[in-house]
Design a binder for this molecule. Sequence first.
Ligand code: DCP
Ligand code: MG
Length: 664
Amino acid sequence: MAKSEETSSPRPWESYHTVYTNAKAGMDGVDKEKVQRVVYEMSKGSKYFENEERKEAYMKQKIENMRAQLAKLKATDLSHYQRVADKKIAELEATRDLSRTWLHVDMDAFYAAVETLSNPSLKGRPMAVGGMSMISTANYEARKFGIRAAMPGFIACKLCPELIFVPTDFKKYTYYSDLTRKVFQEYDHNFMAASLDEAYLDITNVCKERDITGGEVTEELRQNVYKATGLTCSAGVAPNRLLAKVCSDINKPNGQFLLPNDRAAIMTFISSLPIRKIGGIGKVTEHILRDVFEIKTCEDLLQKSSFLCALFSPSSADFFMSVGLGLGGTDAPQVRSRKSMSSERTFSATKDETFFHQKLVELAEMLSADMEKAGLHGRTLTLKLKTASFEVKTRALTLQSYIQSSKDILKHASKLLKSELPVSLRLIGLRMSHFNEDKDGTLSDPTQRTLLNYIKPGDGNMKLVDEEHSDVKDDSESHYNSYIDPSLDHLPELSNNSEHLVEHSGLDDHECKYQINENTQVENSVKSSEFDAHVTETHSLERRSQDQLTMIDFSDNETGSSSSYHKEALIWLEDYKCSLCGVELPPSFLEERQEHSDFHLAEKLQVEEEESRHIYKNLPLKNRMRQKEAAVGQSKGKKKPKHSPSNGKHIPIDAFFTKTNHNL
Ligand code: DCP
Ligand code: MG
């Protein structure tokens, strides 16, 4: 929102759109203006607010630029781009596959429902899972007040003072998630888990073998999920994953929706479908498409295809057109080979070398256990460090022989760390690569069936849950690896996307870079190079090819050399892939990137709180005293940070969007 508007409009909140005001299932009757006003009032003046303003200004600028570009297009240009679009549409249409039946299943208010199972007194009362800093989800009663996932708890309290908060318990969610997956497996042995509470199932064969409809299979599956867990879920059935996902939200909660495998039915469905319903089209994209091209529905994407081809990168334009055609992923994704495994730990900044050693021991054990489980030995060990000032360094070592034991990993990791001491750190990570895996590149553990195993180049499917780690040691992990956005099912290779942007959107090189930085910058108003601050405990098996890791992340040095990456800020690998979890979003998808960053930030804040409590509790008394003294010392030397105006009734939002060791 531009400042001038803020002062001139008597209702400035009306133009203050945040993720919190975006409706989720169960929020249809919400008083949106009230929510907007409360969010506006409670965040006004905060860094978060300033950030939102910056984003808004950026979006407006982008819209202006695109309008200007549009105005410059001559009739000859437009007829050229119309031909380009028509050709592409025909090509995309030729890929349409109506032979498969996909089911997308999504648990209803998952964390909240699980909590209600263990405490039935919560039933029927507005409740949220999470804390004052961030809410993971809210039950449907709370949603009526406009409360939703990723909203700070103190804002939720304002919207619904009687709201009950329940702390997160990831072990419980993982347990119930496993139960649901056992049911899913009965219908599709190779189902794709998209997150703890979400999965894609190809039910084509079940339907054929049992001679029943997709709707019947879905009814039965949902009943079986309920019998196994006591939890309800919703589902969508459609010829592809993108549409199945849209459909599963239509009759939420405890409902289902079937879209037949029929082109005409799909086109009718698409014709009135608002673009925002498509995962991968968020606030910024929605606004740009609406304000520049007057595109509101998915059908409009086809109608305006020549403009889209003229102003967007080919990959983005292709995505939009494929959405307009109602296309999505239908294939059974293929297994890719594992290239690396990594684990990392985030903690409050410390110089405590005993603590570092303890973390290295944990990481080495975890890495070794994973490698053993997968039957892998590795040769390149990389140590990742994030200093107190958020500088990220990697130190790599390639050995003559393959190792797997935690003892060997620890020995080499300790050596790498030793040369960096003394140092104040907030993150330590270990990564193993150069595996002696099977020659055909297939995974050693054929039982893994989650998306993480299935990413293939050009397939926009997002990976992320790793069943191997469903018995996670750390609560955060299961959630970290559980974000999926299948909306980009049809996105082709995006690696050159930034070039296309420069070429087609009229952005110059500088703007293009700015655009990328903007994405990484916004999530908590820290320097863009600090994005990685939002990563906390991650423990992932990565299957991205090493040559994709060109700009950031760990590098695999062939020799025992070391390298330091100051550009770690750019979390979008190859300009399109989140380095934290692999979600793929092209640079032009600003809002989706923002929401995705917020997602990691929410995770981080939740886990950081828990972890600092845990660290503090487990620190020897001596260290606790030292930490306290350091904290006191720090605060003595510094001015008090400016927070949002507070009437004392709520915690200023800045408290949640600036880095502090507030739990120590
Ligand atoms: N989650 C989270 N932070 C978010 C979004 C979700 O921690 N920003 C967690 C809590 C949710 C779970 O993931 O319970 C599943 O997310 P969904 O988006 O499926 O939301 P729910 O299952 O809670 O509700 P529903 O699917 O009924 O809309
Ligand atoms: Mg859900």
